[in-house]
Each structure stands twice: as C-alpha cells, then as structure tokens.
Design a protein around this ligand. Structure first.
Ligand SMILES: [Zn+2]
Ligand SMILES: [Zn+2]
Length: 272
C-alpha cells in the first residue's frame, strides 16, 4: 500500500541495497523518495516497475527519475520502464535527470530498443552537473541538491530535504569532501561501501571502505550512517564492515537492506 505523504513529510525507502551483482537479499542499488510534491525514483534496476507496483505506486505518480551515473547496475532498467509506461498509456513525458554521460547512455538504450515512436511517452532529459554542487529542485515541500563525487565516471550524490529531515545518498564513490559537504547535518547518510578496509585493493578505485564511510559520516556530523552498495555474501564480512564503520563514525551503523524505509513527518519524526 502506498504511504500517504503530507506537506513537510519525507519518505525514503531502499528498493535495492546491493552492488553490481545482486544477492538474494540485496538487488542493485536504488531508492524511492516521497514528499508532498510527489515521488522520485533514484537509479533504475530492471525490476523497477515491479518494485513500484508492489508499493502501490502507479507510473503516473512518479514525478522524476534521477540516475547518478552511467554504470549498468544503475541504469539497465530504463528501457523497460519506458516500455511499461507505454503499455500503461502514459502521455505525460518522463522527467529524467542525470549527468551528461548518463544521458547519452540513456539515449542509446532507448534508441536500440526502438522506444522513440509516439506510442511511448517522450523523455525529457535534464543534465545534472557532475562538476560541483547544484540545486535540482526547490519547492516548499522538497529540496533536492546534487554534487559531483569521486567515482570512475561522472557521478553525483544527492540530498533530499524537507522541513522534517534531510537524507543524503552518496551513490558510488571514493571518500570525498563533496559528499561530506552535501551530507553535513543530515539525518541519514546512505554511503557506498565496497568492503572492509583490509580488502581495499580488491574493490575498484571507485568505492569506499567501511572505515572511510564512517569517517565521512563523522566529519559530516550525520545522525545515522547506513552502508549501501553492499556486494558481500559472507555475513562475517558484512559484520566486519558494520563494526569497522561504527569505530570511525563513533555511533551505531546499519547495513542497508532492500525494503528499509524511513518516514519523517513534518509534524515531528515518526520513525527512523
Ligand atoms: Zn554501482
Ligand atoms: Zn558505479
């Protein structure tokens, strides 16, 4: 059932908490954010339509899709989303925001699947600068801010803010000052975690260790740190990540799971 959202509320749900290779409990990374002005999906897994339907969210209620970068685990569901919207008979254009490289990838995916005729809704592509910080939306019920981060291609982190709360999502990144700035004072920081620091060489140069995520969260002064983009199947490794991040953050840390949801009320936090 769809969560009701009133002015000031902020709803954040993890649709997928995993890395490029999904596990039985963690799909590729994606989020759903709700505010009084509408619903925003972040990243586009192949199962995005099913995930939204399961939450009672018809495609008409999706105000925008934001893609943080062009890597396949973050964008591969776009052709199917467009196709599903065509089946649904959506006439309103799809509002898709992403860095320039990602928009080019989207245009290629849509073209190769021949999703450009009138049967499909048009896609309005809006470029997000990956060079610095920019405001994507500012209305009374929601503010969305983006900033470039340090991954292996142009990538952005996002901050969603209402009068009730602020939630920051780092996307895929090495530890970087721009995420620290964007997350400053946030209620929740969802931060990339490639694994424990002792395995630092095993994940690519584009991700953070649990220790590094904890340091970013501590420097940003966030209330809660949740480790995202988790690829490990070994529970001992995941526990090691959690303890390692807690040591540098200095507070309890959660491991992201699919279906985790926070509802902040404009009249006071209802849950965290
Ligand atoms: Zn990724
Ligand atoms: Zn990536």
């Amino acid at each position: 059932m769809l969560v009701s959202v009133t002015p000031g509320d902020l709803v954040v749900e993890i649709l997928g908490a995993g890395s490029g290779y999904p596990t039985s409990s963690r799909d590729t990374s994606s989020l759903l954010v709700g505010a009084a002005e509408g619903w925003t999906a972040i990243e586009c897994p192949g199962s995005i339509v099913h995930k939204l339907e399961a939450r009672g969210l018809s495609m008409d209620l999706l105000r925008r899709l934001i893609l943080t970068h062009k890597h396949i685990d973050h964008v591969y569901g776009v052709p199917h989303l467009v196709h599903a919207m065509g089946i649904e008979g959506r006439v309103e254009e799809i509002n898709l925001l992403a860095p320039a490289q990602t928009l080019a990838t989207v245009a290629e995916m849509v073209a190769v699947h021949e999703l450009t005729d009138d049967w499909y809704p048009a896609i309005r592509l809006t470029e997000i600068s990956a060079a610095g910080q920019s405001e994507l939306l500012r209305v009374p019920s929601l503010r969305i801010t983006a900033t470039g981060v340090a991954h292996t291609c142009d990538t952005i982190a996002l901050r969603f803010e209402t009068e009730a709360a602020a939630v920051c999502y780092s996307s895929d990144t090495r530890p970087c000052a721009s995420v620290t700035r964007l997350a400053t004072g946030a209620d929740i920081l969802l931060h990339d975690c490639g694994g424990p620091h002792r395995l630092r060489e095993a994940f690519s140069g584009g991700h953070s260790s649990a220790r590094e995520a904890g340091i970013v969260a501590a420097e940003a002064g966030v209330r809660k740190l949740v480790l995202m983009h988790l690829g490990a199947r070994d529970e001992n490794i995941l526990k090691e990540c959690q303890l390692e991040a807690q040591a540098t953050f200095g507070r309890p840390v959660d491991l992201a799971m699919d279906g985790m949801r926070w509802i902040f009320s404009g009249g006071g936090k209802r849950g965290a």
